[in-house]
Design a protein around this ligand. Structure first.
Ligand code: AP5
Ligand code: MG
Length: 214
């Protein structure tokens, strides 16, 4: 099962993608997480990506596309995967389609998690992320058992640099200009489903299971 998650920054793509990956036994591939891991490890890719990410801008397509096409050729992707945060531009979507057709494969589902802009900024200021393992929490909606300590690995939680309100607004603007056109792109491919991302976490997941099957 090959799935892509679409939606504004903070819509809950990562939260739901992790649950999908666990339930269906497929890898969760988040370009944002891959870039953040590279930044943490001080790689060349990380250094390049950081300059864009800190400003809330998109990392250029040429740095992003090869990363994902290499990743989906790995053995653990044989039974599918859930892509989170990719594609994010029409050229990225076209590059993905091209890579997939060269492999004689295609996407099964594009799931749009729909949350209005006015809910987003509020949500992002409450998000906390584990720098060590990438797990995501929310101080109100998805709290950790011990304050500021990751339930999964015991790592310390941070407020992401790009979750400051002014950067979130910029990311939202870029989402509307560059990523929103993908909704029509996948509608035309006949694989788009839109779900209400303002519902409670578990209800959003139930809506996703209804699309993907038990
Ligand atoms: P990325 O890490 O992908 O960020 P994003 O798309 O902006 O999305 P977020 O991770 O911020 O939000 P999310 O939808 O995953 O929400 P989450 O589940 O955490 O990308 C970061 C940057 O990397 C980009 O800005 C760009 O620079 C670069 N980049 C990445 N991919 C790229 C690409 N393909 N091309 C170019 N550049 C790229 O949830 C948010 C919060 O809400 C959490 O606290 C969560 O607990 C809470 N929450 C979730 N669901 C609910 C709910 N139903 N009710 C209440 N709270 C909820
Ligand atoms: Mg995310």
């Amino acid at each position: 099962m090959k799935i892509i998650m679409l939606g504004a920054p903070g819509a809950g793509k990562g939260t739901q993608a992790k649950k999908i990956a666990a339930k269906y036994g497929i890898p969760h591939i988040s370009t944002g997480d891959i870039f953040r891991a590279n930044i943490k490890n001080g790689t060349e890719l990380g250094k390049k990506a950081k300059t864009y990410m800190d400003q809330g801008m998109l990392v250029p397509d040429d740095l992003t596309v090869d990363l994902v096409t290499d990743r989906i050729h790995k053995d653990d992707c044989k039974n599918g995967y859930v892509l989170d945060g990719f594609p994010r531009t029409i050229p990225q979507a076209e590059a993905l389609d091209k890579a997939l057709s060269a492999m004689n494969e295609k996407l099964d589902h594009a799931i749009e998690v729909n949350v209005p802009d006015e809910n987003i900024v509020k949500r992002m200021s409450g998000r906390r992320a584990c720098l060590n393992c990438g797990a995501t929490y929310h101080v109100v909606h998805a709290p950790t058992k011990v304050e500021n300590i990751c339930d999964m690995c015991g790592g310390e939680l941070i407020l992401r640099d790009d979750d400051k309100p002014e950067t979130v607004l910029k990311r939202l603007g870029i989402y509307h200009n560059q990523t929103k056109p993908l909704i029509d792109y996948y509608k035309e491919e006949g694989i788009l489903t839109t779900i209400d991302g303002t519902a409670a976490l578990e209800d959003v997941f139930k809506a996703i299971i209804a699309i993907l099957g038990e």
